[in-house]
Design a binder for this molecule. Structure first.
Ligand SMILES: Cc1ncc(COP(=O)(O)O)c(C=O)c1O
Length: 402
């Protein structure tokens, strides 16, 4: 009865972690500390709850699938300010749609890009390129849309970005979709303008949909990461083949709000509007009003960013001399080379009561070498307050250096 593709889904990393640790116990005298979930713990600004309350009359209406004009405008204005885009390049009515969190939009991008078998004329199946390690939604989206996922390793050798440009021409000929996570989860690497411009040119040459997942765009230590829209501006302002996802989950510490945006190619946005009217989850009116205010406000984002700067400085102080430590320029994860990520995850739990994610649960074995590029790593989410983070990092350092 059920769709056989369900059997091809990878077990979610969180379930695998639960299984790994189900028979292990943390030390009785230590409070267990959860560091494997990338969920910002800094509260969002108070005006979120206030606005939701002020707009309670809107609970009585179905919200529009495409969001309100005011929401799209607030988001477009933010994009224009953030990326200093030429006037008129991004317009709320032509280039922006709401998503109920970037996860929803990322999944839908495969419905937008992958043709059905009845119109596919090339050999094999259409391909979807994705980085390895990967946000698992890219894989699930490709699978359910009927594309074959091509996982491209993003390791220290490639500056933790996938080298799509090195793929064989016959693979690129069959590519209909490519995802890039920038800054990358989990490695925290940031792509530069030249690398991104190459991808945009490739998307146009081979005519695939290039999806930039920029949900970590506002969490960085040095300069602000270049965005996909900025690259299009640099290449003359044409948005063809490019779709960009942004989210309030990380930028505004509001993962529970489920509010984000997709922006880009007006033709693709038009097509996606149709998909949203069938399959999209509308953002509830009061939530959308609060989200609109978040796009308009930068003060809370700067406070959040500074908090992460302080946490990563703390990590450097506590773990800086530990072999395998690297301080990433973006995102809020430490990606630590510990030799054997699964074994270290078990040790950190049983010896220090700290729950982290084995890197190998976020990666697939490389089809050519058979090696799993995440196996040596653990992912540690630095998302808590400073007292919590100091305690967790100290316990981690004691185990890693013990
Ligand atoms: C790489 C990446 N993309 C997208 C998302 C989805 O975020 P949201 O749906 O909350 O915007 C996440 C969430 O953790 C993520 O890590």
């Amino acid at each position: 009865m059920k769709n056989p593709r369900l059997d091809q889904l990878d077990a979610y990393a969180f379930w695998r972690l639960d299984t790994l640790l189900e028979n292990e116990t943390p030390p009785a005298d230590l409070e267990p500390l959860v560091m494997h979930v990338g969920e910002p713990k800094i509260p969002p600004p108070d005006f979120v709850a206030e606005t939701i309350n002020d707009c309670k009359a809107q609970w009585g209406s179905y919200p529009p699938h495409s969001g309100t004009v005011a929401y799209r405008k607030a988001a477009a204005d933010w994009l224009n300010r953030r990326y200093n885009l030429p006037a008129g390049m991004i317009d709320g009515e032509r280039n922006v749609l709401p998503v109920a969190g970037s996860k929803e939009g990322l999944f839908h991008m495969a419905l937008l890009a992958v043709p059905g078998a009845e119109t596919w004329t090339k050999p094999g199946r259409p391909l979807a390129l994705m980085p390895n390690p990967v946000y698992p939604v890219y894989n699930g989206a490709a699978l359910f849309a009927g594309a074959e996922a091509v996982s491209v390793s993003a390791t220290v050798e490639t500056d933790f970005m996938p080298d799509y440009a090195a793929l064989d021409r016959d693979l690129l000929d069959r590519t209909v979709l490519a995802y890039l996570c920038n800054p990358a989860n989990p490695q925290g690497s940031i792509a530069d303008m030249e690398y991104m411009a190459t991808l945009v040119r490739m998307a146009r040459e081979y005519d695939f949909v290039l999806v930039f997942d920029e949900c970590y765009s506002e969490i960085y230590r040095g300069g602000p990461p270049t965005g996909g829209l900025e690259v299009c501006a640099k290449l003359g302002g044409d948005l063809r083949n490019v779709m960009v996802l942004h989210s309030l989950s990380k930028r505004s510490s509001a993962p529970g709000l489920r509010a984000g945006i997709v922006s880009g190619d007006p033709e693709l946005i038009d097509a996606y509007r149709a998909i949203r009217s069938y399959a999209g989850v509308s953002i509830p009116g009061p939530v959308m009003s609060a989200a609109e205010k978040l796009w308009q406000d930068e003060a809370h984002v700067e406070i959040n960013r500074q908090h992460y700067v302080d946490l990563f400085a703390m990590a450097e102080r506590i773990l800086g001399n530990t072999p395998g430590f690297a301080n990433p320029p973006g995102g809020f994860f430490l990606w630590l080379d510990v030799g054997d990520g699964e074994a270290m995850t078990r040790r950190l739990w049983t010896q220090a009561g700290v729950r982290v994610m084995p890197g190998g649960y976020m990666t697939k074995p490389d089809p050519e070498t058979g090696e799993n590029p995440g196996e040596r790593y653990i992912r540690v989410a630095l998302v808590h307050d400073k007292t919590f983070a100091e305690e967790a990092l100290t316990r981690i350092a004691n185990v890693l250096n013990g």
